[in-house]
Design a protein around this ligand. Structure first.
Ligand code: NAG
Ligand code: NAG
Ligand code: NAG
Length: 340
């Protein structure tokens, strides 16, 4: 009799514990929902009081972005995304064609270009792209400055890609006969024979592109140029991505500049066109070749810039993806605005 009583009591206790646990969980869940609602409310309230610095439509419509693309860094894929989006997002994309494939503009063209880009309101907002070394608008006395973006690639990969591109072309314009068409010398053989096309000095391109229009920038191995390139990269570029992480670059751009890049990530993921342009019959260099190239001073310096850019990009990306514990992305707003 006593035992039955005990069992009954125990089961009652169990039931009570279960009920308590259930309600506790339920309360926690409701509290969570409440917090989220409260957050939304605060957000909408502050928004209506304009404590949030809203991007002003007018300002965004004046946006000018320059993408001074380095050859063979995956730039055609990226520009393809921009061309696909420009109609839907209402902005213009313009190709800067500098004749004779020169990456440095003459002084009169620098000035004209800077004036034209900043004053040509009919095409704004706009994305300009072209194989052009960084041009500092501060030097040219314009009233406004464009935003710069760029992509950077591992220097040896870029050189090998360029080497085979000149020989075999690519799937983008397969019928165009390139400068070295028909040349069957592989990159490995070229390095072994010490031919000029695979000379490590040819890797000196990303440093001068970021460095700019000064004479020193184009001197292979100049330490000043490398420092200048790094300084420009962090001081004058909104964001510089790496070719190896193109998707992340596009996502970062979409977050920072939705006026131009809204829907870019989705588009890049879903369209097969965006991955276009691959250099045809590209052979991977041998370990021996890689080691030989990596001994060169130019490779070391170009690689230093690449690593510098990569670290900075990862830092930018991490900040962007950090969320508050409740899963809300970082925001900022103003408080204590006085006098009332
Ligand atoms: C740039 O312009 C020149 C001269 O009109 C033309 O031959 C060349 O194909 C153009 N370059 C590109 C990449 O369209
Ligand atoms: C900029 O250059 C283009 C092409 O030469 C020209 O059509 C346009 O009128 C120029 N815009 C300004 C504001 O100078
Ligand atoms: C992707 O390619 C296939 C065939 O190659 C084509 O049918 C399809 O429409 C393409 N999709 C997009 C989004 O371009």
């Amino acid at each position: 009799m006593l035992n039955v009583h005990k069992i009954w009591l125990l089961s009652c206790l169990c039931v009570v514990v279960i009920i308590v646990l259930y309600f506790q969980a339920e309360i926690a869940r409701l509290e969570d929902i409440y917090h989220r609602l409260e957050y939304r409310l605060v957000q909408s309230r502050t928004e209506s009081r304009q404590f949030f610095p809203k991007t002003v439509e007018k300002d965004d419509d004046d946006l000018v972005v320059i993408y001074n693309r380095v050859p063979k860094t995956g730039s055609t894929s990226f520009v393809g995304v921009a061309y696909d989006l420009c109609k839907k997002n209402h902005f213009k994309v313009l190709h800067i064609n500098i004749t004779a494939n020169m990456h440095v503009m003459s002084l009169n063209n620098q000035y004209k270009f800077a004036q034209n880009v900043t004053q040509w309101h009919e095409v704004k907002p706009a994305l300009y792209h072209g194989h052009m070394a960084f041009l500092n608008f501060e030097r040219l006395g314009t009233s406004s400055k464009p935003l710069y973006i760029n992509l950077i690639r591992k220097p040896l990969d870029r050189l090998v890609s360029y080497y085979y591109f000149l020989r075999n072309g690519d799937n983008f314009r397969p019928h165009l006969v390139r400068k070295k068409h028909g040349d069957k010398v592989t990159f490995d053989e070229c390095v072994e024979k010490g031919q000029p096309d695979c000379d490590p000095n040819n890797m000196w391109l990303q440093v001068p592109f970021f460095c700019g229009h000064s004479a020193q920038c184009w001197k292979p191995g100049s330490h000043w140029a490398l420092q200048q390139a790094k300084a420009n990269l962090v001081n004058h570029y909104l964001v510089v991505g790496v070719t190896e992480e193109m998707l992340d670059f596009i996502t970062v751009l979409e977050a920072a500049l939705p006026r131009l890049f809204k829907g870019a990530t989705e588009h890049y993921l879903n369209s097969n066109k965006s991955h276009l342009r691959q250099t045809s019959s590209k052979l991977q260099p041998s370990q021996e070749t890689i080691e030989r190239i990596q001994q060169s001073n130019i490779w070391k310096m170009e690689n230093e810039l690449y690593e510098f850019a990569l670290e900075h990009f990862k830092f930018v990306k991490k900040r962007l993806l950090i969320k508050e514990p409740n899963g809300v992305a970082q925001i900022f707003f103003y408080e204590k605005i006085r006098p009332k």
